[in-house]
Design a protein around this ligand. Structure first.
Ligand SMILES: Cc1ncc(COP(=O)(O)O)c(C=O)c1O
Length: 342
């Protein structure tokens, strides 16, 4: 079996050695199950340090659950959730957000994966009209599925706009670390300080093995969450193994080191393929993704050696993701292969 590092997904990478070691370190003796343990309390305290005093956090197993259950806590079944057409909740969660919340997803086409008040406006009507689903949440992804990053000002504009209309704002932060590293800002500066109400904060794509955190910044959203999590089958009995990964990532800046590295690798890849005249980069490269239109004839051969996903079959647009463990020579070899095939 070939375990060659490629550019298909940051989920394809393994686990950072320090996180594996952290799992090993907490693997001693017995501790209280279901999250009422010292390891989990320590991780929750660290999350407060990084996200601010209002942060109330809950761990779940994966990112889909983090999104679905946080949205569940923010909605009733007669509500609607506005998101980008490219949002993971819209295209990659098998309808789980609709199934578990009962709410309708209203998607918006965007040029770069980012929502703006202007783009959302068309969905803001029918308030109080019983025939119409009631808009309640705007869900944004940071960094986006297109590898772009919202600035704090862009987020604040959206949250002010949402709150004025009585809406809440959810952030899918599966790659929040990549966004914070790109902006060189703290997690608090791009969530609580700019009006975000709830965030799904991932660790898996930044070197973790499994586990994601949901952080609420409003006490009323957190109040009944433990029941939703249990009903949603996401209450981990051996929670210390999720908590330990968060502590390791957050205690001394490992999260930043790994996400910055991954972002830098995307910059390197973009810089090198930009010099190839037959390749056109289609999105700003800000986090750890590179989107490009490439000659279709080289795609199957390139994929055979370095598997990656097509983003838009019709336009021959591909998505290349870098990871915490991508090495400069991986990029050199990949670019050399592209040149050879061309
Ligand atoms: C933007 C985004 N959100 C959430 C997720 C989490 O998904 P999973 O349920 O696979 O952990 C992913 C994973 O690819 C993602 O890209």
């Amino acid at each position: 079996m070939s375990n060659k590092r490629g550019f298909a997904s940051d989920n394809n990478s393994g686990v950072h050695p320090r996180l594996l070691q952290a799992l090993q370190q907490v693997n001693v003796g017995h501790t209280i199950a279901y999250g009422d343990d010292d390891y989990t309390h320590a991780a929750q305290n660290l999350l407060k340090q990084h996200f601010g005093e209002t942060a109330q956090s809950f761990f779940v197993y994966n990112g889909t659950a983090a999104n679905v259950l946080s949205l569940k806590a923010m909605t009733n079944s007669f509500n609607s959730i506005i998101c980008a057409e490219t949002a993971h909740i819209n295209v990659d969660e098998c309808g789980a957000p609709e199934k578990f919340t009962g709410s309708k997803l209203l998607s918006v086409e965007t040029p770069d994966g980012k929502l703006t008040p202007q783009l959302i406006k068309k969905h803001l009507h029918g308030f109080g009209f019983e025939h119409h689903s009631q808009p309640k949440v705007i869900s944004i992804t940071q960094s986006t599925e297109m590898g772009t990053v919202y600035t704090p000002a862009e987020i604040k504009e959206l949250t002010d706009f949402a709150h004025k209309q009585g809406l809440l704002v959810h952030m899918d932060g599966a790659r929040l670390s990549n966004a914070a590293a790109y902006l060189n800002l703290s997690f608090q500066q791009i969530t609580a300080d700019v009006g975000i109400d709830a965030v799904s904060f991932g660790c898996t794509k930044n070197g973790g093995m499994f586990g994601e955190a949901i952080i609420f910044f409003r006490p009323e959203l957190a109040a009944n969450f433990k029941y939703y999590r249990k009903q949603g089958m996401q209450l981990a009995s051996k929670m210390r193994f999720i908590s330990a990964q968060y502590t390791e990532l957050l205690k001394d800046g490992l999260w930043h080191q790994l996400a910055s590295h991954s972002n830098q690798m995307a910059q390197k890849l973009a810089k090198e393929v930009a010099q190839i005249p037959q390749i056109k980069i289609t999105q700003k490269v800000e986090a750890n993704g590179v989107f490009a239109i490439i000659p279709p004839r080289i795609i199957p051969q390139l994929q055979a050696e370095y598997f990656f996903y097509m983003w838009d079959e019709h336009n021959n647009e591909v998505r290349w993701m870098t990871s915490f463990d991508t090495q400069p020579e991986d990029i050199d070899n990949f670019v050399a292969k592209i040149k050879e095939l061309l």
